[in-house]
Ligand binder design. Structure first.
Ligand code: FAD
Length: 296
């Protein structure tokens, strides 16, 4: 299979929209079908930052497959929801949230999800519950537990020109789909044919997930360019890299023109402002990839 075709099969970007400054979906949008359930066992849990956890899972059903860049619905167990409802006076019946695959598909092996915790806003902890699914993952999930998953989803996109560079722009935990997608592209040798740029924007150094891994790839893959940026560096961060919001960093980097396939994942605000920059740089709409997901 040609690299181009493999890339077409793998390339999907997830533009995540929602309320406020975080990824968020209407519970109702994902609480639906009780069909297409798969199970997976938690084999590893790892803190990537102060509020981001990597969950390594091994599917217990052999027919579970996915493509790089897709996402999967993770369901909260009924017992957990009963306790959560009692504690926070909520009325959740079924809860499932989408999480991007953060590893490449490989036959017979497991996969990773990278999940941020969404606590209640600091000034409203008495009135507002914490994020229901991310609290399950961060405060309750243990190695050896079995989780329920929905069917892997995600729209696939095909780059119009195989020689065009690939630009990925992530905000915070929006890096997750690109971990899987980049691993896949490197495995298929796409970086030998095309320049790949990965822009990652976070607030401060403590939020910079997988910095060492991306940095290592940048050292070992000549056509891979890793451009991290901090929007609000702390004085103790001793940060000599790029500063500012990632859309501004992107604009400064490419100055006045960009001819590339662009993939976005992050908060709605980040996606909105990045799209404006891409317009200014002359990137055609059909080359900016995202999933059309209804959110509120
Ligand atoms: C396609 C897609 C892929 C995604 N991939 C990832 C990924 O790889 N990694 C990742 O971490 N996330 C990802 N997300 C986001 C993820 O699906 C969830 O939206 C996120 O984990 C929050 O879910 P939750 O159940 O924890 O929070 P929710 O229960 O939805 O709550 C979200 C926030 O709202 C607050 N809240 C709750 N109730 C109220 C209220 N009554 N009033 C005010 N505030 C309230 C909570 O305190 C919390 O801060 C993705 C989203 C999409 C659409």
């Amino acid at each position: 299979m040609s690299h181009r075709r493999q890339f077409m099969q793998a390339a999907v970007a997830t533009s995540v929209a929602g309320a406020g400054n975080s990824w968020q979906l209407a519970g109702s949008a994902w609480a639906a079908p009780a069909v297409e359930r798969w199970r997976a066992k938690v084999v590893r849990l790892e803190a990537l930052t102060h509020n981001v956890r990597r969950v390594s899972l091994l599917p217990l059903d052999t027919e579970f497959t996915f493509a790089a860049g897709q996402y999967v619905l993770l369901r909260a167990p009924a017992g957990y929801l009963t306790d959560f409802n009692a504690r926070y006076q909520t009325k959740h019946k079924q809860v499932a949230r989408p999480y991007s695959f953060a590893s490449m598909p490989a036959a017979g092996s497991g996969f990773d999800l990278i999940i941020k915790h969404y606590p209640a806003p600091p000034d409203r902890e008495d009135q507002v519950p914490p994020g229901v699914l991310s609290t399950y993952v961060h405060k309750h999930l243990k190695v050896g537990d079995t989780v329920q998953l929905g069917k892997p989803r995600g729209k696939l996109y095909s780059p119009t020109e195989p020689d065009r560079p690939v630009v990925m722009v992530a905000g915070g935990v929006g890096a997750a789909p690109f971990v899987g997608l980049l691993s896949h592209l490197f495995r298929e040798g796409v970086d030998k044919e095309r320049e790949i740029y990965f822009f990652l924007g976070v607030r401060s150094r403590k939020d910079l997930l997988l910095h060492e891994q991306f940095g290592q790839w940048a050292k070992t893959k000549p056509a891979f360019h890793y451009i991290p940026a901090l929007s609000h560096p702390e004085p103790t961060d001793n940060w000599n890299g790029r500063k500012g919001y990632i859309n501004v960093v992107l604009e400064k980097h490419f100055k006045d023109q960009l001819d590339a396939e662009v993939y976005l994942a992050g908060s709605p605000v980040m996606v909105k402002f990045t799209r404006q920059v891409l317009d200014k740089l002359g990137v055609k709409k059909e080359r900016v990839h995202k999933d059309p997901i209804r959110v509120q």
